[in-house]
Design a protein around this ligand. Structure first.
Ligand SMILES: Nc1ncnc2c1ncn2[C@@H]1O[C@H](COP(=O)(O)OP(=O)(O)OP(=O)(O)O)[C@@H](O)[C@H]1O
Ligand SMILES: [Mg+2]
Length: 467
């Protein structure tokens, strides 16, 4: 595995020892800077122009300033840096004090370099893990930040107002709404605004897994619980301890799993599959579904008791066609987003393009709009996105759908097909040009065209289409 080399600082007044350590680190892990005194090391650590060090190896007794001050400066710069202190015989109390103040480890002199290398390797793993976790967390916070939720319509703002009100409680929330209305976005926002924001946000898609797999996904299993269970698995409930568990598509859960889930929600206790030890977790549940759960319940497909357990706070996400005023703001938002992502200049939407977007019924809601704008940006070659770049059927808004059938949004295949078709149309059915528009190879486009059964009179003469 190739990983980024580490950054190290060695602080030691004994020249021979310092150089020896620096060389060993450089050989084994990555570049090492050296300082012979405590005060100069502190200055170097405070210098914001440098990237923070991953691991700092410092003597405890130093001229200028002591190892504890070096430790403090390192932690002030970046809490995630690991500091390893070297102590002489008889200074064990100071070493204990250093650990209390956040040192990663200490080494008693004299030691051999191999001993040091083992500890540095451990420290480096630790630091990398910490950095990765904070990075992921920051990404998640940004993704679900309220600032990224666009729309001023009363229908949306009502839902968001409710989210703000209930986020800080521990109450179970049920988010309902058609596909693509932002249920997952809102679930993340509930977590992000809660006191558990620093804890994990764990998502389980209840529709994606068959019954037996879903149970072991949720509750985990012990080794040997079933054929193929050759090691322990920690379930999502355990992983979500101290945080939020997001049960997506909860309406698609099999009856036996519903029963087990109900038990956990009542007792906050469960066992891993094949295990007998009762586990207790502190988890906030947010569930989401695009099904009409009341109807599922009356039809006997969803347990009534479970429904009432989940339906403590109901957040109903409005369909996009019920808030046409948000269409323009969302379209502009996505146009900016994708322009940035594609590294292009921002493109404005022409008034005709906006009118066309507003007239559409949006059965796939915000997700459909997002896809349409991405495609428009891909196709628009002028300064503006024109109505002809906006590939939606000019059909009137459909009547409210019943949440079950037809609410799955556009399939990938449909999106792909209409993308290929619009590119071909723009390119006058010259495949070479259409391929360039789409940013795919000619061969790939040709393959897609054949798979989708698209034909054009100008291609008829050859078996292999011209282009
Ligand atoms: N108000 C909004 N502002 C900005 N982006 C939004 C908004 N609502 C939804 N989106 C975006 O639309 C897409 C679909 O949203 P999301 O995945 O939350 O929908 P969903 O209701 O969970 O859909 P499904 O039922 O299909 O799972 C996402 O890319 C999301 O970021
Ligand atoms: Mg979703």
């Amino acid at each position: 595995m190739i990983t980024r080399p580490g950054r190290f600082l060695v602080v030691e007044d004994n020249d021979t020892l310092r150089r020896g350590i620096a060389r060993a680190l450089a050989d084994g892990f990555g570049a090492a800077d050296e300082e012979a005194a405590g005060d100069t090391a502190v200055v170097r650590l405070r210098d914001g122009a440098n990237a923070p060090y991953d691991v700092i190896v410092t003597d405890l007794r130093l001229p200028g300033a002591g190892g504890l001050e070096v430790l403090e400066a390192a932690r002030a710069r970046d809490e995630r840096s690991a500091v390893i202190l070297m102590t002489a015989y008889g200074t064990i109390e100071s070493a204990v004090e250093a650990m209390r103040r956040g040192a990663f480890d200490f080494l008693q002199k004299p030691f051999d370099l191999e001993q040091l290398e083992v500890r540095v390797a451990k420290a480096l793993d630790h630091v990398r893990l910490l950095r990765e976790v904070t990075h992921l967390r920051a990404e998640r916070v940004a993704r679900y930040a309220p600032a990224n939720i666009v729309g001023t319509s009363p229908a949306l703002q009502n839902a968001l107002g409710l989210v703000r009100k209930v986020a800080s409680s521990r109450a179970t929330a049920l988010v309902t709404g058609e596909t693509g209305t932002g249920k997952e976005l809102v679930a993340g926002m509930i977590h992000g605004l809660s006191a558990r924001a620093d804890g994990p946000f764990i998502k389980v898609n209840c529709a994606a897994l068959p019954e037996t797999l879903l149970e072991s996904e949720l509750f985990g299993h012990e080794r040997g619980a079933f054929t193929g269970a050759d090691r322990i698995r920690i379930g999502r409930f355990e992983q979500a301890h101290g945080g939020t568990l997001f049960l997506d598509e909860v309406g698609d859960m099999a009856p036996s799993t519903q029963a087990k889930l109900l038990r956990v929600l009542q007792d906050r206790e469960f066992t891993r599959l094949g295990g007998s030890r009762l586990l207790r977790v502190d988890v906030r549940i947010v569930a989401a579904t695009n099904r009409d759960l009341e109807r599922e319940m009356h039809a006997g497909r969803f347990r009534e008791d479970l429904f009432y357990r989940l339906n403590v706070i109901r957040i109903a996400m409005p369909a996009l066609r019920e808030r046409q005023d948000d269409v323009e703001a969302l379209a502009v938002h996505f146009a900016q987003h994708f322009a940035r992502e594609m590294g292009r200049a921002e493109r404005r939407l022409s008034p005709a393009a906006i009118a066309r977007l507003r007239a559409h019924g949006w059965p796939g809601n915000v997700r459909e709009l997002r896809n349409v704008i991405e495609r428009a940006l891909l196709l628009a070659d002028g300064e503006r996105i024109e109505a002809s770049d906006v590939d939606v059927a000019d059909a009137p808004a459909p009547e409210a759908r019943d949440g079950e059938s037809g609410s799955r949004g556009l399939s990938m295949r449909e999106v792909e097909r209409s993308l290929v078709l619009s590119a071909l149309a723009r390119a006058g059915f010259v495949q070479k040009d259409a391929a360039a528009l789409l940013g795919v190879s000619r061969r790939k486009l040709n393959y897609m065209v054949q798979r989708m059964g698209i034909t054009h009179p100008s291609w008829r003469r050859n078996r292999t289409p011209v282009g």
